[in-house]
Design a protein. Sequence first.
Length: 507
Amino acid sequence: MQAPAKSPQLRSLNAPDWLPEHTGAGRPGTGPQDTRGPAAQTSSSGRRALMLAVCCMSLFMVGLDNTIVNVGLPAIGKTLHAGVSGLQWTVASYTIVLAGLLMFSGALADRIGRRTIFQVGLSLFTLGSWMCSLAPTLGWLIAFRVLQGIGGSMLNPAALGIITNTFTGKAERARAIGVWDGVFGLSMALGPVLGGILVGTAGWRGIFWANIPVGLTAICLTALFVPDSRAPRTRRPDPAGQGLLIIMLAALAYAIIEGPAMGWTSPQITGFFALAVAALSILLAYEPRRTDPMVDLRFFRSIPFAGANLTAVCAIASMAGFLFLSTLYLQDVRGMTALHAGLTLMPMPIVMALCAPLAGRMLARRGPRLPLVIAGAALTIASAALSRLTGTTPAWYLIATYALFGIGTGMVSSPITNGVMSGVPKSQAGMASGLNSSSRMLGQSLGVAVVGSVLAASMRGTVRTSFIHAAHGGWWIMACCGYAVLLLGLICNTRWAKQTTARPASS
């Protein structure tokens, strides 16, 4: 006997199309599909919550790696004799690979299967973390950070694609994304303290050990509890577009990071800037001609979608610059130990972790404008306040500004993710999540590269003696990024902007 049909609302909340138990009606062993009682529905809700927890573990690992590595930068610099540019490459080598491969990984997850790519990413990231702990020189550390980046590029697109296809209702998706972003804040909260403990007890190599148990646990739980899913229509690979994207990002990062040392007008730096522009121009001309482009540029006709990606670049650039400058300030200028510096940074990630779920609830009830305006204002004010740091700034001032910065970073993440994922059909979830993560990693790469280069260009002596003056421009660049978040939050959520969301679908 045919089972009675579900209402659209019930199916949206409880029966995502891609789950094995809800696909292929009539498939042997599936049984009745639509007659589940309350106990079965509760079991389904529990399974979805467990899947969300497993996916969040990957984000926890990536977020933990961000703050732990930043806390360990001064120790890495002393042990491996690395200057400011070397420390920039320790961060940028990872983020450039992430940003360059996220789109490819998202499309690959849609084609091969999100769980499969998720497990491969976990394995590579865990292996890369272990090899980073063994790196004998700065060059080898950067190479192993590249391996970490390859694995990391597979995590967020696959995990976010799984979440998007699991939580299909608008409100429940917003709440799930709020939890997702809250986990990121929690990982950042634990990162400085755990990083300080590991650097203080085991040296900087210990900062990479924290990823290993989390990665191994996530691999096992994924195999047991996360079902596979893929897009109904596979997308063709785009090696040319992928290569152009990597060339653009690598050339731009190299020019920005090495510019202060080689000279901004030197032939080598000018040539790399020109190469980045040429690669971007060819990419924009090439992608629309493909049947299955790596980046479907039609989605950028939606103002909220384009604005969410630009907001991600600005907000994450500000956060990356904050972590880079604050770590050097606390340890090299104030003379704090790694643990003391981690504890001092704690107000930012703790407040971030508290504000992220709150932003998810605000997003579900009132839309993205309010959390984005709050985020932009907090980032702007906090960055401007940090430009007034001295070698003897009182502790209460640091706590207040770091907490205010945490409000900004906590409030911005959920609206960004929701804006990107809501602007595309479910079949493009991997591509959209890859683009969302690419925008964030591009912001992180640019934040470290630009702020670090401004610092290096203004240095006149050691970090201890010249940091305060040299970092002044970097703090104000971060303030400008925060103000851009505020303006985008206002502009991209007007009635006119929302009317553009229908254009990509109708193209």
